[in-house]
Unconditional design. Structure first.
Length: 400
């Protein structure tokens, strides 16, 4: 079962939304409805789901409906029609008490503007949600201190918000949400008000925290590079509708329409492509148990390559051989390939992002091996292939 399921959700702003709903069903646009009825279409027939432990970024330009959507999930804004399910519970059907209980037990929210109380200390701000929930003072203090430690603010508990930088204030807002230990975090443009360097730091911090906590996160952003960096999947919106849902690589390499293509044309694709997406299958490898220099040279000649990865008895990558090295072994009458190989070559996993590959491969004197967790060879990356993949937006035939 998905953690969050949104089904046919609508939000119309205005006193009589029924007419606007009928116009939408007849194909009217958001602009048409505003012109003819003075009603605003915030969310238009939106459906998607979020799996447990997944970080989904909902993104779009200003007015796309992304912030309205996230507020409909926890009913800070009442949907006009449709359903939102959290762990199978229909949130849109809950009474006030049930909704309050759901928010306290399952949902945490982090806002763009920090929303800290200036007269409260950092710890008092972090424990505010627990205070509202009626948690005893000693317990909420302990939970707040733990949450502040998680976000790197140990030692700042008794300071006031004015004594903190913008990034630190946002960490307090995140700690306040984490203190409730929610299953789900809703983050509405949480880093948008920060300076670029601090914003990148907070993005990295969220990635690190997510690796530890495995929360279900819906993150709202208007920044494509931020979405590509953070999202397991991206929900791209325009005029209240979903245009495309997919992984960052799906969005970049297979845009659903011209709008998405224009939206992503200047994106930094190196953040999204991985070693697996740009590697090619290895033409051949040398097996140390059975191959000698003559067999290795034959494999190189047959496949028109100069270097060959050497594999041990478990087929793990343990070295790299060159044609010159193998020829020297033949001249010397030596059969042991280990005497000519470069041992312990640099390797990467299939998940390694392309922006890291560029740095690794820059001065590497041999191709880069892609290996699984058992160090077994999955594929090979050469510098030209990587550059071509980046230039062509990932649309390159890895078998060519």
């Amino acid at each position: 079962m998905s953690k969050i399921v949104v089904e046919n959700l609508y939000k119309i702003f205005g006193p009589t939304p029924d007419k606007a709903m009928r116009m939408l069903s007849s194909g009217a646009t958001k602009a048409d409805i505003m012109e003819k009825t003075k009603h605003g279409v915030g969310v238009n027939n939106v459906s998607f789901s979020v799996e447990e432990g997944e970080l989904v970024v909902v993104m779009g330009l200003s007015g796309s409906g992304k912030s309205t959507l996230v507020r409909c999930i926890n009913r800070l804004i009442e949907p006009t029609a449709g359903s939102v399910f959290i762990d199978g519970t229909n949130v849109t059907k809950l009474d006030a008490g049930g909704l309050r209980k759901l928010r306290q037990e399952k949902l945490g929210m982090v806002f763009q503007n920090f929303a800290l109380f200036p007269h409260r200390t950092v710890a008092q701000n972090a424990e505010y949600g627990l205070e509202i929930a009626g948690v005893p003072a000693d317990i909420r203090r302990k939970k707040a201190i733990q949450a502040l430690e998680v976000v790197g603010l140990s030692g700042w508990e008794d300071q006031l918000p004015a004594q903190l930088s913008g990034g630190m204030q946002q960490r307090v807002g995140l700690a306040r949400a984490l203190a409730l230990d929610p299953d789900i975090l809703l983050m509405d443009e949480a880093f948008s008000a920060l300076d670029p360097l601090i914003r990148r730091d907070m993005q990295d911090e969220l990635i690190n925290l997510q690796q530890q906590m495995h929360k279900t996160i819906v993150f709202i952003s208007h920044d494509l590079d931020e979405a590509l960096k953070l999202g397991d999947r991206i929900v791209l919106m325009k005029d209240g509708e979903i245009i495309q849902v997919g992984t960052p690589e799906d969005i970049l390499t297979s845009p659903a329409d011209d709008y998405v293509a224009r939206f992503v044309e200047n994106a930094d694709i190196s953040q999204v492509l991985t070693a697996e997406s740009v590697m090619k299958k290895s033409e051949a490898a040398a097996f140390l148990k059975t191959d000698g220099p003559r067999a290795a040279l034959r494999k190189m000649r047959t496949n028109a390559i100069y270097r060959l990865f050497a594999l041990d008895e478990e087929h793990r990558v343990v070295g790299v051989l060159s044609a010159d090295g193998c020829r020297d072994l033949l001249t010397q009458g030596e059969k042991d390939l280990r005497k000519a190989m470069i041992p312990d070559p640099i390797t990467v996993t299939p998940e390694t992002p392309a922006n890291e590959l560029i740095q690794i491969i820059h001065d590497l004197p041999y191709p880069l091996a892609v290996v699984n967790e058992d160090k077994k060879l999955k594929g090979v990356i050469v510098r030209g292939m990587l550059l071509a993949a980046l230039a062509e937006g990932g649309n390159i035939d890895a078998d060519s």
